[in-house]
Design a protein around this ligand. Sequence first.
Ligand code: CUA
Length: 193
Amino acid sequence: MAEITSPRTRLEAQAEGTAHRVERVWAWSMAAIMAALVTVVVFSALHWGLNPPSSVETIDSTRLQLGGEFSEANLGTSAAPNGAITVRLLAQQYAFNPSCILVPADTPITLRGVSADVVHGLLVEGTNVNTMLVPGYVATLTTRFSQPGEYTMPCHEFCGVGHQGMWARVRVVSPQAFPLEQAKQEPVRCERK
Ligand code: CUA
């Protein structure tokens, strides 16, 4: 690179001073914006429990119905012998299976969702449940519904012409009303009650 050896004029020095000032303003603005974004991320993570899925787990989306964890018979809410609750659901154009999820209130719940075709969105309104269901991956997240009630679970990722009508419900019942013993035998869901 050729070095500039000519003596600097006053004008050049002024221009450089201006450039430095503008650069500083730019750098500080960017730092402020980044700090604001980090604050939003930290606040939503700590205050609302909104976190991206922390593990990457792959699955063959073309063979979900042929057996394994997400076969028809395994979809719904299961309870482990120790009472731990896991909900398994499958998204497919244009429905969720199960279309109504039954869970106990005030209980830690692990949600495991997959898509059998395209990208769908999993969202339970008013909770921290909010993730994408990407073909080839298992989305796992944990949540807790503080009180009984009925929640809407719309697909929030455009997935085709039927996207608007793709939604399911989550029915939260009191821990006493939840068929825990049955859920230890086979997955439960509200349609089957
Ligand atoms: Cu499924 Cu939108």
